[in-house]
Write a protein that binds this ligand. Structure first.
Ligand code: NAD
Length: 447
């Protein structure tokens, strides 16, 4: 398919873009398309979410309600549940979840569902882009056959590409519009159509083309496993430094003064979210098809997965030194988001820590200014404990004083650490968040 007609529509802002999946990735993207002057349709199967969006209510901290409401009222962004809107879309961008199954295999149910939806309305001249993070081969081996079953052919009738999502929730410096975008289409024309679409958002000089969807899919996995492996390295170092009586945070700050060949990564209570714990599973699964074992990557994932238990051990030891058993101790966890300054608790290590402590009989509560309630999945951790849903408790001096231990699991910027330390009896700091606290440091135990 020649891409020029599509590109012209984008350039003249007469193209309509459909974004499938209005979650942490899709909603900011839909708003960015609308900001760029493209008529945007946001399609989601979650009626409640779409209803909220139609009223201009944003459920993401990174998406200001005013911007959303303005676009919705002006008809630039149309939230919808009816897939019929795809019939008038010049581009369909798929941003649906890619979790894994209990047996640790990729669960592509949502990608397949979204691709089937697009296929039912596929028409000549359309561009389809997969943005969900997934293993190399998904675009060509899973999405393409679904779309071509319509009789239309990639490259001849429509375009298909993969472009990884790089959004970093909570990051105020790098947002969609100033983060370079990698694009890889099934044919050179598919790459160009995809480049034209995202070029409208971020500028054409910010587009990096690769030779096909597989390279683009692998690019995302390289970026995320790079993080996973480096985090695992410092997590392993943490345990060693603890035994050797060395402050690893001080060591990392020192190493970071080297202007080349070193990039600081920081240890913590574990990794969470939709990417770092999930992506190695996708890569390892696909690698098996090639009779290849991703030893290094899996070891990193295993090391990171052990951090919640390590954190619990540090809490236990700290309580022990204070003459208290975990059972019956009051423990307040500060922060249950999977990282700082965001409102997303998915796969959060803090929740695993919470469950582990509850299972040992601790009276656990949490405070997170951005997450009012958490529903804990009933898994092996909760076998002996009675909690399944918890609400964030207010953070007061009296509450802090009543705790046997306060665990800083996430260092949200809104937390006043000198005040927290002043009113707590014992603080286990899993994030070096109390680094600048000058008084009463004897109460602090670092991870
Ligand atoms: N959250 C991040 O920071 C991040 C960053 C980079 C990449 N990603 C990747 O982006 C993808 C989406 O992640 P997310 O965090 O936005 O997920 P999410 O769960 O926040 O949102 C996904 C949305 O898709 C909807 N959905 C499911 N099936 C659908 C279908 N068939 N049609 C239309 N909508 C459908 C869901 O209702 C939900 O609203 C994943 O592959 C993830 O790995 C996420």
């Amino acid at each position: 398919m020649p891409h020029q007609a599509f590109t012209r529509k984008v350039e003249t802002r007469t193209a309509t873009v459909a974004v499938l999946g209005l979650g942490y990735v899709g909603l900011p993207l839909a708003v960015a398309f609308a900001d760029a002057g493209l008529t945007t349709v946001g399609l989601d199967i979650d009626e409640e979410k779409v209803d909220q969006l139609r009223r201009g209510v944003s459920y993401l901290r990174d998406v200001p309600a005013a911007a959303l409401a303005g676009h919705v009222q002006a008809g630039r962004l149309v939230p919808a549940t009816d897939e019929a809107v795809l019939a008038r879309a010049d581009a369909a961008v798929i941003c649906v979840p890619t979790p894994f199954t209990k047996a640790k295999a990729p669960d592509l149910t949502a990608v397949i569902g979204a691709a089937e939806m697009v296929a039912r309305h596929l028409h000549a001249g359309q561009l389809v882009v997969l943005q969900s993070t997934t293993y190399p081969g998904t675009t060509e081996e899973v999405v393409r056959p679904i779309l071509e079953r319509t009789g239309l052919e990639v490259g001849r009738d429509f375009c298909l590409a993969f472009s990884p999502e790089r959004i970093d929730p909570g990051n105020r410096r790098y947002v969609i519009t100033n983060t370079p975008k990698v694009v890889g289409g099934c044919t050179p024309a598919c790459t160009e159509a995809c480049a034209a679409l995202f070029g409208a958002l971020i500028g054409h000089d910010q587009i990096h083309r690769v030779r096909g969807p597989k390279a683009a899919e692998m690019c995302k996995l390289l970026e995320n496993t790079f993080r996973s492996v480096n985090i695992a390295l410092v997590n392993e170092m943490l345990e060693l430094c603890d035994r050797m009586g060395i402050d690893l945070w001080e060591v990392i700050d020192a190493a970071a003064t080297k202007p080349f060949g070193f990039m600081p990564f920081y240890p913590g209570p574990g990794v969470g979210g939709h990417c770092i714990p999930v992506d190695p599973v996708y890569l390892a699964w696909k690698a098996r098809e090639y009779d290849f074992h991703t030893r290094f990557i899996e070891l990193a994932a295993e090391t990171n997965a052990g951090m919640p238990a390590y954190t619990v051990r540090k809490v236990t030891e700290a309580l022990n030194r204070a003459g208290r058993p975990v059972k019956g101790s009051k423990i307040l966890i500060l922060g249950v988001a999977f990282k700082r300054d965001i409102d997303d608790p998915r796969n959060s290590p803090a929740l695993e820590i919470l469950k582990l402590l509850a299972t040992q009989g601790a009276e656990v509560t949490y405070h997170d200014p951005y997450i009012p309630k958490v529903v804990l999945s009933a898994d092996r951790f909760l076998a002996g404990a009675s909690i399944t849903t918890l609400e964030s408790v207010p953070l007061t001096a009296a509450r802090l004083e009543a705790q046997d231990c306060v665990l800083v699991a996430v260092a949200h910027r809104d937390f006043d650490f000198p005040w927290i330390v002043r009113h707590s009896r014992l603080v286990v700091d899993a994030q070096n968040a109390t680094k600048a606290v000058r008084e009463r440091r004897e109460k602090i135990v670092k991870l």
